[in-house]
Design a protein around this ligand. Structure first.
Ligand SMILES: Cc1cc2nc3c(=O)[nH]c(=O)nc-3n(C[C@H](O)[C@H](O)[C@H](O)COP(=O)(O)OP(=O)(O)OC[C@H]3O[C@@H](n4cnc5c(N)ncnc54)[C@H](O)[C@@H]3O)c2cc1C
Length: 429
């Protein structure tokens, strides 16, 4: 087991808000389970409208992916507009895409409006390509955003190298809407803002059961219970045991990161402090933190990290990207579980009258999950989901043979890596 302090974000975050467990029998209009970006941004939006909302969190705000991620603010959903139209049809596909296009704006505006201290830096997001095939894909993405008037620009190999200092890339594109945050400070700041606006937040308060009570629902924790008319489950990759079948609708996959000591001021490594990832299917992502450390992330192992040796992959990545830093010892190493759907599309589940669950991670949720707070608040205030930029509300759709998920993940990872390797040998189409 890795000690908690080995996370850079835990070591450098703003203090956590003081919270207490749920005690006795309480009431709210809306109950939210899970204090990650999804639950907290939704609670904040509801509280701003004067709705009585209570968030129940098993551990502490940011205990899941929201406190462990790379802090890269990457605009939009993973899918291009054409993919979303193919998945959802013209109207919803376009509306979801347009909504995603504004998610980074919504995040930075929210941070500014509530004065959230989270090292928010709108330095841009860069996507790099290391093969002719990947370069063609990067061009497609750049062209799609440019066609919509987004503030993107193409980078040739020389410019990509000047901006990032990284070895081995043929080019890429930069999106001025993106940037970086200190992810755990963002989660803690959202929690403080929600409380300041009137939301109640209890932690530790793991929800152990959700049962109907008249027209309402009663959520039980070890020391108390909460009655609410409407419920949102925002438990992401940590949904096991909460609602039958929910955890079986996605796969939880580890992603690991390491951080060096602060680099010297004259280093050529990301002098402009953008967030970067590449187009590989098993992608690599990196950035600098406020103190100038280089943070590199990528594929984790299939199980929880169990010592510095678990972090061989991000360490190898750093050595390849920046050979001069190959021997820099990591100061911090940590991991988090990404919640993945098989088609990498977000999910909205209608579980029962007034009870919804969302899974919208897929490894790219800093901007999207935070920016969806107002939309999910509309849903919980009674709006018809078909009128909102949300995926269609469906019953649970468990992944077939879910108990074999570790095998799926292993096979899937090998398959994706093999395809990446093939791309490196293939000329562009
Ligand atoms: C290592 C890693 C790197 C990533 N990097 C990036 C990145 O750079 N950029 C980007 O855009 N996205 C990134 N992501 C994805 C992003 O972090 C997620 O999309 C986002 O944080 C999901 O937020 P969430 O609120 O939906 O879920 P989470 O943050 O996972 O929150 C779920 C919460 O539910 C709580 N919970 C679970 N069960 C219960 C229960 N029974 N009762 C009460 N509470 C419960 C958990 O304790 C947890 O706090 C990354 C993810 C990981 C894991």
């Amino acid at each position: 087991m890795i000690p908690r302090e080995s996370s850079l974000w835990r070591a450098t975050a703003e203090p956590a808000p003081g919270l207490v467990p749920l005690e006795g029998a309480q009431e709210a209009e809306v109950a939210i389970v899970g204090a990650g970006y999804t639950g907290l941004a939704t609670a904040l939006a509801l509280a701003e409208r004067g709705v009585a909302v209570t968030v129940l969190e098993a551990t502490e705000p940011g205990a899941g992916a929201s406190g462990a991620n790379g802090g890269q603010v990457i605009p939009g959903l993973r899918h291009l507009a054409s993919d979303l139209v193919a998945a959802y049809g013209e109207t919803l596909g376009r509306s979801l895409h347009a909504h995603g296009a504004g998610d980074a704006d919504r995040l930075f505006a929210l941070v500014a409006r509530h004065g959230i201290a989270c090292e928010a830096t709108r330095s841009g997001y860069i996507q790099l390509a290391d093969t002719p095939v990947a370069l063609a894909e990067a061009r497609r993405r750049h062209a799609a955003w440019a066609g919509l008037g987004a503030p993107v620009r193409w980078l040739d190999a020389e410019e990509a190298r000047a901006l990032t200092g990284a070895e081995g890339y043929l080019g890429g594109w930069m999106d001025a809407r993106g940037g970086t945050v200190q992810p755990l400070s963002l989660a803690r700041g959202l929690a403080r803002a929600a409380i300041a606006c009137g939301a109640r937040l209890h932690a530790p308060a793991r929800v152990t059961s959700i049962r109907p009570e008249g027209r309402d629902w009663r959520l039980a924790t070890a020391a108390g219970s909460l009655r609410a008319r409407r419920v949102l489950l925002a438990t992401n990759a940590m949904s096991a045991g909460l609602w039958p079948g929910l955890a079986e609708c996605s796969m939880a996959v580890w992603s690991f990161q390491t951080a060096t000591a602060p680099l010297p001021a004259d280093t050529p490594v990301l002098p402009g402090r953008q967030a970067v990832s590449d187009t590989r299917r098993v992608l690599r992502y990196w950035r600098r933190d406020a103190a100038g450390r280089l943070v590199v992330g990528g594929k984790g192992t299939l199980r929880a990290p169990h010592g510095p040796r678990s972090f061989a992959v991000p360490e190898r990545m750093r050595a390849r990207l920046y050979p001069a830093l190959a021997d820099a010892p990591p100061e911090f190493f940590w991991g988090g579980r990404v919640c993945i759907s098989l088609d990498r599309l977000p999910r909205l589940f209608a579980l029962a009258e007034g009870v919804f669950a969302v899974m919208q991670d897929n490894g790219k949720g800093v901007a999207w999950c935070t920016g969806q707070g107002t939309t999910l608040a509309d849903l919980l205030a009674g709006a018809d989901p078909r009128d909102l930029p949300l995926p269609p509300a469906t019953p649970l759709r468990p992944i077939p043979l879910h108990p074999l998920r570790t095998l799926y993940a292993a096979a899937g990872s090998l398959w994706l890596r093999a395809q990446d390797a093939l791309d490196r040998a293939r000329p562009a189409a």
